[in-house]
Design a protein around this ligand. Structure first.
Ligand code: PLP
Length: 363
């Protein structure tokens, strides 16, 4: 039991440490999921999510499940067998999108890019003349790269644009409506500073009308979930599944912290922390992995120096500083580290802690 009470500095690719308000809310009494008090919390959560998504979409909700549930919901609701989805791939999560889309029976047109580089919106848009869906990851957590979703939104034509904002929401500029995002999903455990368990999800009315009306998944059927978000989507509030009330109360509290500080101020804090970390790593003589100009502030990728054992350094940090950083993803598992500066962790003290600890671990 005492093991589970150990405090960890979570500087990996997520989960991050949480805002105190989000943790405190987990200790509140559990409410019934149709209790008027809980409905107020749910409505406030949906409103807060609209702000961090940059959307007026009525159907903006905390989906029950992690970011991958959001990904699954996006594809399973938008695609029917035989329809075409163009998917931009520049890392692990773009690859996962392809697999999730494939399982719907859709024809997947995969547009590969070098890992560490952003997607090329022109190439993605030119990959097929009339896809039902185009999909891309805004912030590729596997490589630490930001892609230009607004540019893809301008080129999408009649396609519906699905965007993964798991590592950008709350920490990076994200303007779903202005950028032409039709369907978006995210996660709570990164820049929102809340524990994992929910997927902030948004879908425009136009995209909702063009959905698969009989998706293979009952649990993630957005048509049925409309009743669960209730008044926010213009339908009566009915039981669909038991909402994870404690997690939603925690998300509401975390969003409260974030919006109270101010969305732009929080984004600026993430940017400052990311830039300071990246400068500090380079001053230590380390080489950054992601292409310059497209580096995420929330997630920095750095090459493991020649002759250094990646796993041994991570184990040292955990043992001596109770500090977690991430290994690389895919074929870069042992040659890249991933360092998150997310949520409450995006601050100057974190930067000094990580740089100092890493210097000692490498020495
Ligand atoms: N997409 C991206 C960009 C991610 O970083 C992650 C998780 O790290 C996911 C999707 C999947 O989210 P989850 O692990 O919460 O299911």
């Amino acid at each position: 039991m005492s093991q589970s009470l150990t405090y960890r500095h979570l500087f990996g690719p997520g989960p991050s440490n949480c805002y105190p308000e989000a943790i405190a809310a987990l200790g509140h009494p559990v409410l019934g999921h149709l209790d008027p008090l809980f409905i107020e919390i749910l409505d406030a959560t949906c409103n807060g999510l609209r702000q961090v998504w940059g959307t007026a979409n009525a159907r903006t909700l905390p989906l029950s499940g992690t970011g991958s549930a959001g990904m699954e919901a996006a594809f399973v609701n938008m695609l029917s067998p035989g329809e075409v989805a163009v998917v931009a791939v520049n890392g692990l999560f773009g690859e996962r999108m392809c697999e999730v889309a494939r399982r719907t029976g859709a024809e997947v047109v995969r547009v590969d890019h070098e890992w560490g580089q952003p997607i090329d919106p022109q190439r993605v848009a030119a990959a097929h003349p009339s896809p039902k869906v185009m999909a891309a990851v805004h912030a590729e957590t596997s490589t630490g790269v930001r892609s230009d979703i607004a540019a893809l939104g301008q080129l999408k034509g009649d396609a519906l644009l699905i965007t993964d904002a798991v590592t950008s929401i709350g920490g990076l500029e994200l303007r779903a409506d202005d950028w032409g995002i039709d369907v978006g999903y995210a996660g709570t455990q990164k820049c929102l500073g809340v524990a994992p368990g929910l997927s902030p999800f948004t879908i425009s009315d136009a995209a909702f009308e063009r959905r698969n009306k009989n998706p293979q998944s009952w649990y993630l059927d957005l048509g049925l979930l409309g009743g669960y978000v209730g008044a926010a989507s213009g339908t009566a509030r009915t039981y669909h599944h038991t909402a994870p009330v404690a997690m939603i109360a925690s998300l509401e509290a975390g969003l409260g912290h974030l919006l109270n500080e101010g969305l732009e101020a929080v984004q600026a804090r993430h940017t400052a922390a990311g830039v300071a970390l990246q400068n500090g790593l380079q001053e230590m003589g380390l080489e950054l992995f992601a292409a310059e100009g497209f580096r995420l502030p929330s997630l920095t990728t750095v090459r493991v120096p020649e002759g250094v054992n990646s796993a041994a350094v991570r184990a040292y940090l955990l043992e001596h500083f109770s500090l977690e950083i991430g290994s690389g993803a895919g074929k870069f598992a042992s040659s890249v580290w991933r360092i998150g500066m997310m949520g409450p962790n995006a601050n100057p003290a974190s930067v000094i802690l990580v740089l100092g600890a890493l210097k000692e671990a490498i020495a």
